[in-house]
Design a binder for this molecule. Structure first.
Ligand SMILES: NC(=O)c1ccc[n+]([C@@H]2O[C@H](COP(=O)([O-])OP(=O)(O)OC[C@H]3O[C@@H](n4cnc5c(N)ncnc54)[C@H](OP(=O)(O)O)[C@@H]3O)[C@@H](O)[C@H]2O)c1
Length: 328
């Protein structure tokens, strides 16, 4: 019987095509910038990059003109409207519409303009709120989503399904990777809408600079979370471009879990804040555990390399150089 999923497609020769045109969408973001660094380190010489103001990926005709003029051979789609719970709750229409527009425009134009392979990036929020832990790829669409980010999650699920649909109908090599929580250079350290790790780093840094006695953190510190350095993610993306041409999306995690308390203690140590860390247990904790099952990626032969301690040190150095010094 014919394989209707296209999962028997053979990966090509990405790593040997160092002068192939590669479009990295979202190259100034946390993920896109790490992918650009990794591709450059690996010897790729023909990256096509466009800032948001040079090419708005929500504009269908601009995206189509760009693809028909540039004709990239490969696409890595790391452009998205990204944000925390507050942003998702406040701008649900933007989260669903902008992400659907970006990915639909890029995936469709990439296919119609002869792109050989495309990697679409989503996130762990695609999985049901009560998915088994660690979360395997097969948990997708098995239960209701976490309501706070369902707009974003639905768009990302549509992206995975779009890659699968184009693979089935057109035998086109579109794959999807689902990273866990990421951190690293170019993260968002904004006081109101950053993720937990950069938010802790900023708060400890400011407490140290102001000689504060304590830093109060919401919750009990007991929830378990997984973190992956963005350089490891970029390494995994290049690995998937070379080795993977399957139908199903692939989880990309570190497999290393820390409690929020352990994370906060580590960040405090890396920043060098010597005051007290106080837990405000009257505030909510969130999901007790969230870990991806990344055994599929491991079975393909990929493992992460950056330890959380080294990753935090490198991220704090970046923060000092690029956020703190630029403000002075
Ligand atoms: N950060 C994480 O922990 C994490 C975890 C798992 C998965 N991911 C996934 O990784 C991908 C990238 O996330 P990120 O953290 O790198 O986000 P990010 O730092 O906010 O970067 C997103 C990039 O997309 C660009 N972009 C947004 N809207 C655009 C538009 N309409 N036209 C052109 N460019 C546009 C942004 O440019 P402007 O800033 O100029 O708008 C930015 O360069 C997302 O799909 C996300 O789901 C991230």
């Amino acid at each position: 019987m014919a394989d209707t999923t296209g999962s028997d497609m053979k990966p090509g020769s990405f790593m040997s095509e160092k002068s192939a045109k590669i479009f990295v969408a979202g190259h100034r973001g946390l993920v896109g910038s790490a992918i650009v660094r990794k591709l450059q380190e690996s010897g790729f010489t023909n990256l096509i990059l466009r800032t948001h103001s040079e090419l708005d990926l929500t504009n269908q005709s601009d995206v189509e003109s760009f693809f028909s003029a540039e004709k990239p051979a490969y696409v890595i789609l790391a452009a998205a409207k990204v944000g925390g719970i507050h942003a998702n709750n406040t701008y649900p229409a933007d989260f669903i519409a902008v992400n659907l527009q970006i990915q639909t425009n890029v995936i469709h134009s990439a296919y119609t303009n002869g792109v050989k392979k495309l990697l679409f990036l989503g996130s762990s929020c695609i999985y049901p709120k009560f998915a088994p832990q660690p979360i395997p790829e097969s948990a997708l669409l098995t239960g209701p989503l976490e309501p706070t980010n369902e707009w974003y999650a639905i768009a990302k699920i549509a992206g995975i399904k779009m890659c699968q649909a184009y693979r089935i109908q057109h035998q086109w090599d579109a794959i999807s990777g689902m990273p866990t929580n990421l951190y690293g250079p170019n993260d968002n350290f904004h006081p109101e809408n950053s993720h937990v790790l950069p938010a802790l780093m900023r708060r400890f840094h400011e407490a140290k600079a102001n000689n504060a006695e304590e830093v109060v953190v919401w919750g009990s510190g007991s929830p378990l979370r997984e973190f992956l350095h963005v350089d490891d993610l970029a390494d995994a993306c290049v690995f998937l471009m070379e080795k993977y041409s399957g139908f199903e999306h692939v989880n990309v995690g570190s497999g290393v879990e820390v409690t929020i308390k352990e994370l906060a203690e580590l960040v405090k140590e890396v920043v060098g804040f010597e005051g007290k860390l106080v837990w405000d247990c009257t505030k909510p904790d969130g999901t007790p555990r969230k870990l991806m099952d990344s055994s599929k990626l491991a079975s393909l032969g990929w493992t992460p390399k950056v330890s959380i301690r080294d990753g935090l040190r490198q991220t704090y150095d970046w923060y000092l150089e690029n956020v703190v010094q630029k403000k002075q």
